[in-house]
Design a protein around this ligand. Structure first.
Ligand code: KG4
Ligand code: ZN
Length: 348
């Protein structure tokens, strides 16, 4: 569906992202070429509290968003006049944080007289693959692993998803963050566990791999998390020292094995030859290497975004917004922040 859009002309999308603790803006040409990607991270401040404090996140988005957008235009070497479309994350995420980006995008759309597209944050994560892998086109299987989502989906077309499996409890990133906190690595946990596991023995501790009865493509991480917490408490009670590298490597191996076996199994079963990773956890070094190896064994092409496009950024929102725009999706002044929204549902 092209909706009378002249696809011969370049389309520049300004993407805006403020769903959690990054204030971000980016300019992307034709959904694939990043001209600028500005991210103002609030991690240092939230680290003091051991996690994201929603009120502080909203306030910082408010303080930083104008400067971040100005910088994104400047770094791309464009002005407001050159922008064709404004794309903004409208959900899911923290409602107060989302509202800052959505209000800003609506104001700019009105002031600059440019079309507005509300984007699903997770659809943005999937679209990050189009930036790094220029030839990737749907259909493909996508494992989406972030702080709030663990989904196995078939991307049937741009913006069209079929959910095949999901986590029954914690998201993969959440499990990483909780384990990191329990071993004293702090926030954000994923990258810290990733780093701490280097040199650790992934077979040192046999943690459980959770399965969901009659749901072969669903995930469960609560049993694994409890098992790690029990291990730590028991060691503390006995006065034994914990080998952090072994513990992190063993935990990570359990998570990665669950993710890889279901993803590759799903692609094989459904007959897809392409598999993509998306979301913050797809920056994980072990997940990337294990998925690549398992796919190679099955003759499946495996791809993932560059690490900077795995975690929250606005270039991925601009990329998803571009394809939604081509599909005829338009938002107006009634666009609102939607804190929880299923993948595949659209904003109006
Ligand atoms: O996609 P994302 O940036 O934000 C959400 O949409 O949730 O994902 C954040 C999650 C956090 O749980 C973080 O700990 C995890 O991604 N993460 C990682 C790594 N980098 C970020 N998990 C494992 N290994 C990493 N290298
Ligand atoms: Zn995210």
């Amino acid at each position: 569906m092209m909706n009378n859009i002249d696809t011969k002309k370049d389309i520049l999308v300004l993407g805006i992202e403020s769903s959690c603790d990054e204030t971000a803006a980016a300019v992307v040409r034709n959904g694939r070429k990043v001209l600028s990607n500005v991210i103002s991270s609030q991690i240092d401040i939230h680290t003091i509290y051991g996690g994201v404090v929603p009120e502080i996140a909203s306030r910082l988005h408010c303080e930083n968003i104008n400067g971040v957008i100005r910088l994104a235009l400047e770094e791309a070497g464009v002005t407001a006049n050159d922008i064709d479309v404004i794309a903004v994350t409208a959900g899911p995420g923290l409602v107060g944080a989302l509202l800052i980006g959505v209000s800003e995008a609506k104001a700019l759309s009105y002031a600059w007289n440019k079309p507005l597209v509300g984007v699903h944050h997770i659809e943005g994560h999937v679209a990050a693959n189009f930036i790094t892998n220029k030839d990737l086109e749907p259909p493909f299987v996508c494992l989406i692993v972030s702080g709030g989502h663990t989904h196995l989906a078939v991307v049937k077309d741009y913006g069209e998803f079929e959910i095949i499996g999901k986590s029954q409890d914690d998201a993969a990133g959440e499990a990483y963050d909780k384990v990191a906190r329990a071993v004293g690595l702090g926030y954000p946990g994923g990258p810290k566990v990733d780093r701490a596991s280097v040199g650790g023995n992934p077979e040192a501790i046999k943690f459980p791999r959770g399965f969901v009865k009659d749901r072969p493509y669903d995930f469960t991480f609560s049993g694994l998390k409890s098992s790690v917490l029990n291990y730590i408490n028991k060691a503390k009670m006995m006065g034994e020292e914990i080998n952090i590298a072994d513990l992190c490597a063993s935990f990570q191996e359990a998570v990665v094995e669950s993710l890889v076996s279901r993803s590759v199994g799903c692609a094989k079963e459904l007959g897809y030859k392409k598999l993509a990773l998306a979301g913050g956890v797809s920056a994980n070094s072990r997940l990337r290497s294990a998925m690549k190896e398992a796919c190679a064994r099955e003759g499946i092409e495996c791809c993932y975004p560059e690490p900077v496009f795995c975690t929250d950024n606005a270039a991925m929102i601009a990329a998803a917004g571009y394809y939604e725009y081509l599909n005829g999706v338009r938002s107006d002044a009634s666009l609102n922040a939607v804190p929880s929204l299923r993948l595949g549902e659209h904003f109006s």
